[in-house]
Ligand binder design. Structure first.
Ligand SMILES: [Zn+2]
Length: 320
């Protein structure tokens, strides 16, 4: 009875999906292929770009993603790199020989659960957090900084501009206490913890001092470089902010030919939840779903740049 029902549903869907190529067919059918059956790399990429366009620059032709992610953090993504957070916002833990570098601090109201408990869940100790790199001073990313400073003695790193901006920008949603002033960095600064160095790039636009980061991650014998884009939404920016954002996106995309892992702090920007599903069903020797090559990284940064350009065009049209 159950099988017959499923067959009927599949039949109706098949009629609707007729004519699509095989990669798109699984998506059109709404088949969730996570959990051991493998996800097609093209389907992941399509979903990644669709979800970004939907949130960053929705236009009349924007289609929703064709697959639905089933997994949420925490999870190990590379040998020395862990995804933390929740489906809407992420923080990331980079393990080194001398402790943990955390990228972004989540909200004040959920940092204990989404960072501290999540680290324990993947077998790490939040007491080992040495540095917390805050990509920009909005309270979905700096909100947990005070808690991490108070409870684990973590050093908080932000750009010079955003230490300032944090105090003047009106917070949205759950209000966060400000962390005590700590380490300020600028363009080209690095931090080294044990065997690992992180480089910072000033990518202003989303905030006056958004910082993006470049750092190595390991997958067995292979070393890859993450390009961690610190900014996200553009809809609230005035035209001059959008122009600044576009310049930053363009520069970050071209800066370092080693970067082959596009990453951000919201899954709708980097498609990380789709990739997490694919990672879980990855067999030995298969490509890592988070690794897209330097061309893939550039393509992603170009898409972010162009999205901001579309929003700019829209705003300029409206103001005429
Ligand atoms: Zn923000």
């Amino acid at each position: 009875m159950f099988n017959k029902l499923i067959n009927n549903i599949l039949f109706h869907k098949l009629s609707h999906c007729a004519g699509l190529c095989s990669a798109a067919l699984a998506c059109c059918l709404g088949l969730n292929t996570a959990g051991g059956q493998g996800l097609d790399a093209d389907a992941i990429r399509d979903a990644q770009y669709a979800s970004m366009h939907n949130r960053l620059c929705p236009g009349p032709d924007t289609a929703p993603p064709t697959i639905t992610p089933t997994l949420a953090p925490p999870a190990q993504v590379f040998d020395n790199f862990y995804m933390l957070g929740e489906p809407g916002t992420t923080a990331w833990a980079l393990t080194t020989s001398e402790g943990i570098i955390l990228f972004d601090a989540m909200f004040h109201h959920n940092v204990e659960e989404t960072v501290a408990d999540a680290l324990r869940e993947v077998g790490l100790d939040p007491q080992d957090i040495r540095f917390v790199v805050i990509s920009h001073a909005h309270n979905d990313h700096f909100g947990g900084a005070w808690y991490l400073q108070q409870n684990f003695g973590a050093r908080i790193i932000m750009s010079v501009e955003d230490w300032e901006h944090m105090h003047t920008w009106p917070q949205l949603g759950s209000l966060a206490p400000f962390p005590h002033y700590d380490t300020a960095v600028g363009d080209g600064y690095t931090i080294t913890l044990g065997d690992t160095t992180v480089e910072f790039v000033l990518t202003s636009g989303h905030t006056p001092g958004t910082i993006s980061s470049i750092f190595p991650v390991r997958d067995g014998d292979n070393v890859h470089y993450v390009g961690y884009w610190g900014a996200s939404s553009v809809g609230f920016l005035p035209p001059e902010g959008l122009v600044e954002y576009m310049g930053s996106a363009d520069r970050f995309g071209r800066l370092d030919g080693r970067v082959d892992v596009p990453l951000a702090n919201h899954p709708w920007v980097d498609g990380s939840l789709f990739k997490l599903d694919a990672l879980q069903s990855r067999s030995a020797g298969e490509p890592h779903p988070f690794v897209e090559g330097n061309d893939g990284f550039k393509r992603w940064m170009d898409a972010i740049h162009d999205c901001a350009g579309e929003v700019l065009e829209q705003k300029l049209r409206e103001s005429r």
